[in-house]
Design a protein around this ligand. Sequence first.
Ligand code: SR1
Ligand code: MG
Length: 406
Amino acid sequence: MGGHANAGYHPLTTETVVQVVAPLNHFADVNQLEIKEIGDGNLNYVFHVVEPATGKSLIVKQALPYAKVVGESWPLTLDRARIESEALRRAAEYVPALVPKVHHTDERLACTVMEDLSDHVILRKGLIQGQVYPKLAEHIATFLAQTLFHTSDFFLSPLDKKEQVRAFINPELCKITEDLVFTDPFFNHETNDFPKALQSSVELLWNDLELKRETAKLKHAFLTRAEALVHGDLHTGSIFVTTDSTKVIDPEFAYYGPIAFDIGQFFANLALNYLSHFHHSPDPQQRRTFQEYLLEVIEETWTRFKEQFTHLWQTKGQDVYMRVAGVEDDFFERLLEDTIGFAGCEVIRRTIGLAHVADLDSISDEETQLRLKDKALTLGSVLIKQRRQLTRITHLSESIRGVAHA
Ligand code: SR1
Ligand code: MG
């Protein structure tokens, strides 16, 4: 259960991290390292280890036996370090350029030593600043198509697939998502966090029976549909970027779940960024251009994902039904519907749940922040309830545009 440390586990400090990196022979002189704790996430320590003389560097990420964002009162399994490191290695089999290289895993200390990506920025930060990343859609589409296809029953034998399901059982991290994404925001729960002035909109949502019935279906899919090894937390804070490089990080929530969940989370975070540009881009022309760019990323990601997944389906598909006319169309039809539904849940939880996004929370003007959060709730609700009518990816863009500019 959560919180129980492995024998020999101890939280690392800037003084003791050297014991982890020394045996790797990566640095010329481990007595000359500069080490800083730079973790700004919710759950882990992240140490940046640099050797100034050679310019070499590494990241040491260690799981704590509790959620850092809440404190020691929220125990959390250290097994998530193993899950993260194995998920990164699994992804590297298909998309080595799109994940950080793992140098070493220490199960006793629940830590992973990996490539330093300090020359990249967190995508969320870049997007808030209005930066355009021309390769983003292509890279994320590739990441999604390759990792999801190759870990699914479309590619693996049923026996191998079930071995993988077993290896990636991640009940405690899944429970966080079940609660924080699919349950708490839809009820009057103590983990929720929203401004008082949003109370009436939130109560409308809590009293919306149709919304709850539809969200229940999406939660059930998350609980039961072991389709592929999903990243499980693919928001824009889990992606590092430069103009021509993209690296997906932090798959500690990875488990066998619905393929649509990763795609939906990515789209939701782009939609939240879209809304936030009513504040972050005061110039109307610049704002319009940037917001349209975000919708292009959504559309291009879906189109490229579908193309690549289709190619893999046709060239590497293992199941006999994959060659039956119409099966592939049925798959993509349901995938888009679920993607839009999961995106709606993510938009709502990032607005009124426990874990928010800087895109909206960094807006200093309270009235603007409130207005945009209200729009986010409307958008989330529309996506969940109308997902069956949104049968093309352009319908998703139109919904975002429509709610944002209403
Ligand atoms: C207590 S963890 C809160 C959130 O942070 C992670 O990145 C996940 O998104 C989780 O829901
Ligand atoms: Mg994370």
